[in-house]
Ligand binder design. Structure first.
Ligand code: HEC
Length: 189
């Protein structure tokens, strides 16, 4: 019964939590809106060691939040953004150069719920544990005052999110006046 209920809630295409306050894995996030991929992005001063395999990250958002953002340049209540990290490979099948995506290695979430997280402007972060390429059904919310929050709030161009890296949303935020130029400026974290 609980399982069925949890599945029904998660299928609602918004951030949903268990009674214990854990974030539910949205089972259909791969059908959500794709914002962008980054390849081997790093934000700190240290370059990765030569030959380190690059990872892709794919960003998805729940469709109702995306539609609202297109209208207002703002993320509504229940927004859930997912960062799916995948390994990469060069030689495989007919491929000789460049890189393609392989198995998922991490899945991180950024959610907005002002009632639950009033002290952090409604935002919270969570990471789903991975085992054999599958993610846990729930994830613990990372307590406030973490490094995720620090970087996102200081460097994210729109409301603690990295819209500067989601090309289709940049003009929307600029037009709606929600774009933070200083946060999006070049420079290391
Ligand atoms: C030093 C800066 C930095 C830190 C620390 C950081 N992130 Fe991010 N995060 C980014 C950047 C840059 C992107 C954009 C990625 C892209 O363009 O593919 C991003 C994107 C995301 C996204 C996609 C939605 C959004 O908000 O734009 C999620 C989810 C996310 N990060 C989760 C986390 C979690 C969870 C942590 C902590 C465990 C964390 N991040 C720590 C820089 C950071």
């Amino acid at each position: 019964m609980t399982v069925i209920l949890a599945a029904a809630l998660a299928a609602a295409d918004r951030a949903e939590f268990t009674k214990q306050g854990e974030l539910l894995l949205p089972p259909h996030y791969r059908e959500w809106v794709f914002l962008s991929s980054g390849l081997g992005m790093t934000y700190g001063p240290n370059a990765p060691a030569p030959g380190t395999p690059l990872r892709f990250d794919n960003v998805f958002v729940n469709p109702p939040a995306y539609r609202e953002f297109l209208k207002t340049g703002q993320w509504p209540e229940g927004t859930i953004l997912l960062l799916e990290i995948r390994a990469s490979q060069t030689k495989g099948s007919i491929n000789q150069h460049g890189q393609f995506q392989t198995g998922a290695v991490a899945l991180e979430a950024h959610v907005k719920d002002t009632r639950r997280f009033p002290k952090t402007k409604g935002w919270a972060f969570a990471g789903f544990e991975e085992k054999d390429g599958r993610f846990a059904a729930t994830a613990k919310v990372i307590p406030p005052g973490n490094r995720c929050e620090e970087c996102h709030s200081q460097k994210g161009a729109v409301d603690a999110t990295f819209v500067q890296f989601y090309p289709e949303l940049i003009p929307v935020a600029k037009k709606q006046g929600t774009w933070n130029e200083a946060n999006s400026a070049a420079g290391r974290h």
